[in-house]
Ligand binder design. Structure first.
Ligand SMILES: [Mg+2]
Length: 187
């Protein structure tokens, strides 16, 4: 079967990683409890920044956020490796900007994710993901972002939401921890 995965906040803990970097750069000590309760994907409000200030800060720190030591969610890489071992195909579909394509792909490889030739897609907008997911004829797709997940309901793909604070309202099958995926497949 074909499995598609978003990367940021689906397979890796990117926003929390960025949250620590923001604290460091802004010399603040905003607690992780504030992060965990954020109702939106954007983290700037936790630091008293406007949307515009937050956007500028994110842009200025983007390389650091993307390519430093961001934590992988528990069991994510092991489960993806296991899928490949079982003969399944693993695809990555990330809306990171096009200029991050090569480095993001390499980051995945350097962090022991299985990346097969032609199975990595980067640089599309959130609203364009649906076309790639459709064309690939994925059996399963996993993402954290409501704006993406809401575009997929007409496709035959099995869509799962990766459980995060800002997607609690979505009525979709939910993955809280990646070791649950292998259990889902046994059913
Ligand atoms: Mg994401």
């Amino acid at each position: 079967m074909k499995f598609g995965f978003d990367i940021d906040d689906t397979l890796i803990n990117l926003r929390e990683h960025a949250f620590h970097i923001y604290n460091d750069k802004l010399q603040q000590h905003v607690g992780l409890d504030v992060f965990q309760a954020l109702p939106s994907m954007e983290i700037h409000s936790a630091f008293g920044l406007t949307k515009e200030e937050g956007g500028k800060l994110w842009s200025s720190l983007r390389d650091d956020i993307y390519y430093s030591k961001c934590a992988v969610f528990p069991h994510a890489r092991e489960v993806l490796q296991e899928l490949v071992k079982q003969g399944h195909e693993v695809y990555y579909i990330t809306a990171r900007a096009p200029e991050h394509t090569d480095r993001t792909r390499q980051w995945l490889i350097d962090n022991d994710f299985p990346v097969a030739e032609g199975h990595f897609f980067c640089g599309m907008s959130d609203s364009e993901k649906v076309h790639i997911i459709d064309e690939l004829k994925l059996d399963y797709y996993f993402d954290d972002k409501p704006a993406v997940l809401e575009t997929l309901s007409h496709l035959p793909v099995n869509v799962y939401v990766k459980d995060r604070s800002y997607n609690q309202h979505l009525q979709l099958p939910r993955i809280t921890s990646w070791d649950e995926l292998l259990e889902v497949l046994k059913k």
